[in-house]
Design a protein around this ligand. Structure first.
Ligand SMILES: [Ca+2]
Ligand SMILES: [Ca+2]
Ligand SMILES: [Ca+2]
Length: 417
């Protein structure tokens, strides 16, 4: 319900921007390291980065006490650490996100420096993830997004519009109302400091070993938080790594929260295929087979990232056209296959100056991975080129002084440090 209280914005825009970069932790190995061993329920601080799982645990805490927390726009109730938040819809969302107490309002949330509008009206807000929220400034109400059902059409949410806090289930954006108000009045937002987490596993290394007999073995170590003490192996059967070269990368291609390994394999008939190994040690077969396509022009430039921010990672291949331009071949993930999507073709851009120095990560904090390349320039300097989402050149983000990338080779990595 509409909250008359107008709160002064507490966090400066500068702080917000600094932490937006922290929000870029969202994907991949670096995020898991950054979040530490107790990723799922690590305690956040007020106004600090917070994992989605912690947000949902905090939301559940008030829900579990829902008969003890009367709805009141002037009331207060403590969170799990004793900080008191306002006992209405926006106070509840502020509490769940561990923002400054007693909380923003439905009116001030959209203009917060730490909040971003998700693309599209509610009917197209398919990017919503647990801990995002829907704000209706027309009627002065908001709800916390909980989770999609498996069809990614129906969803659940928490709402504190009256006593007690309610948990709405099996809703869709085609429904005329959401939590008692017109669905079309809501917009979808994300707290910039929210961190996607991988609740069931820590990052671990894996190596792909050529057995020399036309088969390969994948060794995959698991982390217990302080050592890589156990590993599993996968034996391929007939699978020649000479057809893969260095084209091995990881990402969560099926969106289950666990990294998977992807390889680009040149076939003897001149086509290639993507082989996917779920969790890095279980073959789930071929996710894509091309027409004629020479992976020699890709060399080791396979990257895997979530380039459209839908929670599933996908491969991209950086291809030397041989005429001083390059093409980034792109796919999206259906969760069980790689589906071709639009490609990016550069103007003059010599991949011979890049070699295998190509990596992916979310460099602008929008939840979508981007491609970074280190390019040796003729004057002895180098530059970082950024291709946002792997499909939109954003030009040069850095130019060095004299710097010889021959000494780097292909050793470029990108992470949220
Ligand atoms: Ca996975
Ligand atoms: Ca994706
Ligand atoms: Ca990005």
């Amino acid at each position: 319900m509409r909250t008359p209280r107008i709160l002064r914005r507490i966090l400066s825009a500068g702080l917000g921007l600094a932490l937006v970069a922290g929000g870029g932790l969202a994907t991949g190995v670096a995020a898991e390291f950054a979040a530490g061993p107790s990723t799922a329920y690590a305690a956040s601080s007020i106004g600090g980065p917070i994992t989605r799982s912690e947000v949902m645990v905090r939301a559940l805490d008030w829900y579990n006490h829902r008969y003890d927390i009367p709805y009141s726009q002037t009331g207060r109730y403590p969170d799990v650490t004793g900080t008191e938040y306002r006992t209405d819809c926006s106070g509840y969302v502020s509490m769940a996100l561990h923002m400054a107490a007693p909380g923003l309002t439905t009116a001030t949330f959209p203009s917060s420096a730490d909040v971003s509008l998700l693309s599209g009206s509610p009917s197209s807000s398919t990017d919503l993830r647990p801990g995002d929220f829907l704000d209706n400034t027309v009627d002065g109400h908001m709800v916390l997004f909980d989770a999609w059902e498996s069809d990614h059409v129906h969803f659940s949410y928490y709402s504190f519009g009256s006593t007690p806090i309610s948990h709405g289930t099996h809703k869709t954006f085609s429904d005329s109302t959401l939590s008692g108000w017109p669905t079309s009045h809501y917009n979808a937002y994300r707290y910039d400091k929210i961190i996607d987490d991988s609740p069931d596993s820590l990052a671990g290394p894996s190596v792909v070993y050529d057995m020399g007999d036309g088969t390969m073995k994948i060794f995959r170590w698991s982390s217990n938080g302080s050592s890589f003490s156990s590993y599993t192996t996968y034996d391929s059967g007939s699978f020649s790594l000479s057809n893969v070269g260095g084209r091995v990368a990881t990402g969560d291609v099926n969106g289950d929260g666990h990294e998977d390994t992807v390889m680009a394999y040149q076939r003897s008939d001149g086509t290639f295929q993507f082989n996917v190994f779920k969790n890095g040690d279980t073959s789930v077969g071929v996710w894509y087979t091309s027409g004629p396509f020479n992976l020699d022009n890709v060399a080791g430039r396979l990257v895997v990232g979530d380039f459209n921010g839908d929670g599933k990672a996908e491969p991209a291949l950086v291809y030397d056209n041989g005429d001083g331009t390059m093409k980034i071949y792109r796919w999206l993930s259906t969760g069980s296959s790689s589906s071709r999507t639009t490609d990016f073709t550069s103007g003059t851009f010599h991949l011979s100056n890049v070699g295998d120095r190509v990596a992916a990560g979310d460099v602008n904090g929008d939840g979508k991975d981007d491609i970074v390349m280190a390019y040796q320039k003729d004057d002895g300097t180098f530059q970082y080129n950024v291709i946002l989402n792997g499909s939109n050149s954003d030009g040069v983000w850095y130019t060095s002084g004299h710097f010889d990338l021959d000494n780097v080779g292909g050793r470029l990595v990108v992470g949220a440090w």
